[in-house]
Design a protein around this ligand. Structure first.
Ligand code: DX5
Ligand code: ZN
Length: 216
């Protein structure tokens, strides 16, 4: 079970401090949300920020690309030090080719689907990926309400993974907190992204401990 705090809710003027903080609290990945203002109605950061944070942590950088035609930026993010590059099925007509490109760049490949997209849309690329991300909110912003109906897709993926003898991780992202993480685990997820719950808190350590306790 892995916890991946999302720096979307960190203090961007103190990114190093906020990354070190969650690393000390037992984070497994640092989740980095890349938004282009087109695929989602918000702009965050680019590969230059990934380069800048690469030396401040030993943790894998789990980069979630919410951009149109992400294949344009795969090389940049791989060179910047991303460990996992996860791209949206909805963001390119060439999801298969784009995932191949990520693997060729020597980075772990992830595919992600929005709440409105069914699992069947990614069935034919599952053998290519190291991770599948199921969005549990509509992407774009931190602090939104968890959509429990998305967990059915996690259950479907667990079944398909077994049938096909595959080994990808299943990650959930959006509205994950101490009250929702248990249901995600029960459905079969093993990587849990949490942004506002961890960072918008007086004591992030307590929040990380509370998430970990729910996974025990
Ligand atoms: C949403 C992002 C998430 C976001 C999660 O578009 O992909 O990673 O940071 O934030 P919370 O945990 O606050 O829902
Ligand atoms: Zn994300």
């Amino acid at each position: 079970m892995k916890i991946a705090p999302s720096i979307l809710s960190a203090d961007f003027a103190n990114l190093q401090r906020d990354i070190e903080l969650v690393e000390k609290c037992g984070a497994d990945y640092i989740h980095v949300d890349v938004m282009d203002g087109q695929f989602v109605p918000n702009i965050t950061l680019g590969s230059n920020v990934v380069s800048a944070i690469r030396p401040v942590t030993k943790l894998p950088l789990d980069v979630h690309m919410m951009v149109i035609s992400p294949e344009r930026f795969i090389e940049d993010f791989a060179n910047a030090g991303a460990d996992i590059l996860t791209i949206h099925q909805e963001s390119t007509p060439h999801i298969h080719g784009a995932l191949q490109k990520i693997k060729e760049a020597g980075v772990k490949a992830g595919v992600v689907i929005n709440p409105g997209t069914p699992v069947v849309a990614i069935e034919h690329v599952l053998s290519l990926v190291d991770q599948v991300l199921i969005m549990t909110v509509n992407p774009g912003f931190g602090g939104q309400k968890f959509l429990p109906e998305c967990l059915e897709k996690v259950e479907q993926l667990v079944k398909i993974r077994e049938e096909k003898g595959l080994t990808f991780d299943i990650e959930v992202d959006g509205g994950v907190d101490n009250t929702t993480i248990g249901a995600c685990k029960k459905a079969g997820a093993n990587v849990f992204v949490a942004g506002s719950y961890v960072y918008n808190a007086e004591n992030p350590k307590e929040r990380m401990d509370a998430l970990r306790a729910e996974l025990a």
